[in-house]
Write a new protein. Structure first.
Length: 105
């Protein structure tokens, strides 16, 4: 299921609605992966969605100020990075590294 969700997220660059299908699957299947290494991928996917939506909203709001173009472009690149990094780690059988900020360093 995690691979399918990454595929849906990747497809959203061409057909935006698949991103919303992916997040629905994330929330429906989240309990099934709780306590496994796949939980980190679900968390990664969910955060990718919500932060992506936040920056898309900010980009749309500031679109007329011309800075919105830059924000939307940066968000697009960031989303590509997040999907690619997550999918590659999944293919290698690696969890996503999620340590709270206060524990780093």
């Amino acid at each position: 299921m995690t691979t399918v969700i990454y595929a849906l997220q990747a497809a959203s660059f061409f057909v935006g609605v698949t991103l919303f299908v992916a997040i629905v699957f994330n929330y429906l299947k989240r309990d099934e992966v709780r306590g496994t290494w796949l939980e980190s991928h679900f968390r990664w996917q969910i955060r990718t969605f919500w932060y992506g939506m936040l920056w898309t909203g900010i980009g749309i709001i500031t679109y007329l100020l011309l800075i919105g173009y830059l924000i939307l472009f940066a968000n697009y690149i960031w989303m590509i990075y997040r999907v690619a990094k997550g999918w590659l780690n999944l293919a290698e059988g690696k969890p996503m590294d999620f340590r709270p900020y206060r524990q780093r360093g």
